[in-house]
Design a protein around this ligand. Structure first.
Ligand code: PHE
Length: 333
């Protein structure tokens, strides 16, 4: 019987780990054949002990040698693969960063380099932080500018319609000087089209200190746009926001001095990129900052819009479709 086992061990061969492991357990496991035979050895009559013992030892040796050989074969195979550096890797595809995140990171880096810190706030907001504290009391007509998704009413719980809510939260918690950037998702109950979506991303900026002026705001934005777009100039057009006074819309003229610049293809070349203004004293009062001592500016931009300008994309819906053909085009960035 041991001879049969010996033959089986001799002819065993497999490259599969599982099968080899089963083989090992079958012979050398705790309840394996070898242990079983050693137990039986005790009951063998004395005159047969010598022969039986030798056979068991031969079998044990054969099993050990076989396992050793199989192990060597396996590692030889692996080391051949390891050494071949020209061999293509597994076909594991590397993902790409989403263009929204790429551009958000870039914008954050630019403002970090001039001392802005990153802040955030909740996407589900209350009326105070999204509207009232921003100088939009109940029945203020400006509330209609932003179609709101309400979660609950009286008291209102809603999806924030802009990142300006983070201004309020930050100023409630921190004393000036304040210099923050707040990127995040915002939500508006708007019809979805190539130009607008019910979810998009904004980046809010806020700077509060002594003697902050409109000129500081313009300088900062000029610095920002030339960092992001390269050679460019900006203009500020008068506008209206309840929480800033005066308020302005920022246009960038991009591709200056270059008639062949493919990025400017239509219109006058002026492209609107954000809203901004000096923080309204009423807002400062709402967060217990003394408007006689402090002043500041705020700005807010839509990230999708900027990505679309930078990369010539024509449809905002693409950002949420996760079409790999679109995403892969950002691989090298
Ligand atoms: N919150 C404004 C919007 O969503 C943008 C803005 C931010 C304007 C800060 C002025 C100052 O349209």
């Amino acid at each position: 019987r041991i001879d049969e086992l010996l033959a089986e061990v001799g002819s065993f061969s497999s490259a599969e780990k599982d099968v080899i492991e089963q083989f090992r357990i079958k012979y050398s496991g705790k309840k394996g054949i070898l242990n079983d035979l050693f137990h039986k050895f005790k009951e063998v009559p004395n005159d047969q002990k010598k022969e039986f013992g030798q056979k068991i030892n031969t079998l044990k040796q054969a099993v050990a040698t076989k396992l050793e050989d199989l192990k060597n074969a396996a590692t030889t195979n692996i080391s051949v693969e390891k050494d071949d550096l020209t061999k293509p890797a597994f076909p594991l595809e590397l993902g790409t960063r989403h263009p929204i995140n790429l551009v958000r990171n870039r914008i954050v880096e630019i403002f970090k380099s001039i001392g802005f810190a990153v802040a955030d706030g909740p996407e589900i907001e209350d009326d105070w932080h999204n509207f009232s504290a921003l100088n939009m009391p109940e029945y203020h007509p400006a509330r209609d500018m932003q179609d709101t998704f309400f979660i609950e009413q009286n008291p209102d719980v809603l999806l924030r319609t802009h990142t300006s809510s983070v201004q309020i939260r930050y100023m409630e918690q921190n004393d000036p000087p304040i210099r923050i950037l707040a990127p995040g998702r915002v939500f508006r109950n708007e019809a979805i089209s190539s130009r607008s979506h019910c979810i998009f991303h904004q980046i809010e900026g806020l700077y509060i200190d002594k003697n902050v002026s409109f000129a500081d705001l313009k300088q900062t934005l000029q610095f920002f746009t030339s960092e992001l777009f390269g050679k460019s100039k900006i203009r500020l057009r008068p506008s209206y926001f309840p929480f800033t006074e005066p308020s302005a819309e920022v246009d960038v003229y991009w591709g200056l001095n270059s008639e062949t610049d493919y990025r400017i293809t239509k219109g006058t070349g002026w492209l609107e990129i954000m809203g901004c203004g000096m923080v309204d004293p009423a807002v400062l009062k709402n967060v217990n900052i003394d408007p006689d001592q402090y002043s500041g500016y705020a700005f807010g931009m839509g990230i999708e819009r900027i990505v679309m300008l930078l990369y010539q994309m024509g449809d905002i819906r693409m950002f949420f479709e996760n079409d790999k053909r679109m995403l892969e085009q950002f691989k090298s960035l």
